[in-house]
Design a protein around this ligand. Structure first.
Ligand SMILES: [Zn+2]
Length: 333
């Protein structure tokens, strides 16, 4: 999801609290505060607080341009923009990114799942080494129980967004085995996510529960409406609640559908609908829907391939946001 305020950086009040908490913690552990590395950290925290006081926080020490917002959110102690890193710092950052990227790939579900009369496939395409999109498929541990599909998008980009994405996955993977009603599952996840993010962070997400009987339950927390194709006709499933992380006590509604064989549900992140062509026009949700309907008969893998082909053709292959697609079809057992 693109950053809402890509220009300057206005530090959230929580940034100061966070730094002051770190300072208190560093000072409070006996035996630690005299260690050289801890003293160095303390002086970095003090310097960041001083930059908050004099208004220079977020400006690069070398070129005085703004430091990238997602990097500052991930580490308020950094003092240089990406363009001004030394070779040694660049190499360290590259190694960190390679590792983060490898970890994120390992968090992904199996690429195609066929179970209990459902087929699920997805495509996960980060714009950079790591992504703020979240995609998950959780098969049931018992064939009488439902499977879960999740597709979400965390605010911001890059490393900070990917950390939030991993947090969101851990929250849902811990809550799903509790067998809560779907709206309560999402409400609980919202409370946990809200308590663990910065005030300006949020995530849109769709959570679907696929029962072995063919019935589908779905909650859409502020995410672009998925497309449901039933008997060749498409319908959009609009939001049933606000994005996660904004309000502690947000409420969500569950919608229910009974799917027949070959019905198809298509979820996507805004990297698809907001892809732009050379004239800066959006791909748009209408084109997404048309692409899904026209390729609906080709099954899960056919629809995923067609949508990506149409997007690539539309924007000439250039892309600057994470794109994630997930398709679910009811299939004969
Ligand atoms: Zn700089």
């Amino acid at each position: 999801m693109a950053e809402m305020n890509p220009g300057g950086f206005t530090p959230a009040p929580a940034m100061r609290d966070q730094l002051e908490t770190r300072r208190r913690l560093l000072r409070s552990v006996p035996g630690l505060r005299d260690r050289g590395d801890v003293r160095a950290l303390l002086s970095e925290v003090d310097a960041a607080l001083a930059r908050l006081d004099d208004g220079s926080f977020g400006a690069c020490d070398r070129c005085h341009e703004s430091i990238e917002v997602d990097r500052l959110n991930a580490d308020p102690l950094i003092r240089f923009c990406l363009d001004c890193l030394t070779d040694k710092q660049s190499r360290a950052l590259e190694r960190d990114l390679e590792l983060a990227s490898a970890i994120q790939v390992r968090l992904l579900p199996p690429s195609n799942v066929r179970e209990n009369g459902w087929e699920i496939g997805y495509r996960y395409l980060p714009a950079g080494p790591v992504s703020g999109d979240y995609c998950d498929v959780l098969p049931a541990d018992d064939p009488s129980k439902p499977m879960h599909i999740l597709l979400g998008d965390v605010s911001g980009k890059g490393v900070a967004a990917s950390i939030l994405m991993a947090n969101l996955q851990a929250i849902f993977r811990s809550l799903i085995p509790l067998d809560l009603p779907l709206q309560l599952l999402v409400e609980q996840a919202n409370r946990l996510f809200n308590g663990s993010t910065l005030p300006e962070s949020y995530a849109t997400i769709i959570v679907g529960r696929l029962h072995p009987t063919g019935s589908l339950e779905i909650v859409n927390a502020g995410h672009p409406a998925p497309v449901l194709v039933h008997e060749g006709e498409a319908a959009e499933l609009p939001a049933t609640g606000v994005p996660l992380g904004l309000f502690q006590d947000a409420r969500y509604e569950t919608r229910r559908f009974d799917l027949d064989n070959d019905d198809l549900l298509f979820l996507y992140s805004d990297g698809l609908s907001e892809a732009r062509n050379s004239e800066d026009q959006l791909f748009g949700s209408r084109r997404v829907e048309a692409a899904v309907v026209s390729s609906g008969a080709t099954g899960v893998e056919g629809v995923l391939g067609s949508c990506l082909d149409e997007m690539a053709e539309y924007c000439g292959g250039s892309r600057d946001d994470d794109v994630t697609l997930l398709a679910v079809s009811r299939v004969a057992r």
